[in-house]
Design a protein around this ligand. Sequence first.
Ligand SMILES: Nc1ncnc2c1ncn2[C@@H]1O[C@H](COP(=O)(O)OP(=O)(O)OP(=O)(O)O)[C@@H](O)[C@H]1O
Length: 410
Amino acid sequence: MANTAHPPVNPLSNLPGYTFQKALGTGAFGSVLLYRRQLSAGGPFEDVAVKVISREECADFNLVSREVHSHRQLVHPHVIRFKRLGLTPDRRFLYMAMEYADRGDLLDYLRRRGRFREHEARWFFQQLVFGLDYCHQRGVVNRDLKPENLLLKRTPDARQELTQGDLEHPFNLHLKIADFGLSKEGVHSLPKSRVGTVTYMAPEVLRAGPSRRYDGHKADIWSAGIVLYVMLFARAPFDDPLATTDKARRDATMQQILRGEWTAPASVPVSPECLDLLRGILAADPTVRLTLAQIMAHPWFSVGLPPAALTMNTVLVRQQTQQPPPYEQSVEEVNAVLLEAQRKAGGGGAGGGVGDMSDSGFMTMIEDELEEEQRRGNAPFMVDPYPGQAAGQAGGRQAAGQAAAAAARR
Ligand SMILES: Nc1ncnc2c1ncn2[C@@H]1O[C@H](COP(=O)(O)OP(=O)(O)OP(=O)(O)O)[C@@H](O)[C@H]1O
């Protein structure tokens, strides 16, 4: 698709306090850029990752609104923190400033380092599960968990001796869930997530359609299980690497997922407890799949965790519900930006309104994206985005618990 509204190199050039550093990457809908910003006049600086979304190409502001409001209220050590939504000085782009994860994503790290040892995989998996459980308790499902969307950030107390060349040791890294779906249906007409890998999708997601619903929480748990498998074995449980085209590979992968049959490579030694957990998570039938509470109670998962880590999320959610954490922008300010973006862009997508979003209404804002797609007559995920086209044209365990427990106290 012609990108008629490609952002300039430095779209915030006239925004006081923001200094461009470098481009971080490009997603389905726009760019992500690194900025250094001054928090107050003469005050300290911080690095922020800034997502830039073209207003012209944004087809559904309602969806953007929901994603922004979801992300904004997630305040957790294992979730990328949302900071601010605004319009660029030229008014052509929405920008979203977020916490910057300075060590790239889990996929890149895995590629460079090779498969993790079991205790290293557990370190990251514990963080993923804590972050995911928090999101679910706050009423937010992710539906796009994959190593590319799990970002890494050097821990403040990282130990120099744990670096390996230019690679940090896993125990120096905190995992943070990113990407709350801004790239999905509505923001761009051909979302990359639909085109991209099906590797992390649960069988019930592949089967979903207008008359077949699925539970997004269970689907997230499946995806987390695939992430664990990939960390342990550096390959996906469902795949056909010998397929000759991308489409054939995707089709074969989907069939394998639907059959729900997977094995662990015999060449990689993994403990029986770990395999038992994987079997519980990668159960094709979502009704027998382990819940997050069951995962957290599993002997393989809980190794090295202080008891407080396991109750942290409940405490945190209770505290945040009673007294919302200090957000940089009020809900009214965010809504004003969204309304402004929508108005000038000529009305935006279906429904349009953003006025029903409030802090108190947040907990009722549970996953209804599927419903929305169904209303629009889309059968998500079973759709081949390129019908009739050839493929290729489309262009320290203890520390985890301590971090968790410390966050619970904050
Ligand atoms: N908060 C962040 N800190 C550091 N890097 C980030 C941050 N957010 C995104 N990035 C990086 O920017 C790039 C683009 O991210 P983005 O989320 O837009 O796209 P994507 O995940 O590749 O695709 P899609 O959004 O379609 O799933 C990725 O390489 C990602 O790792």
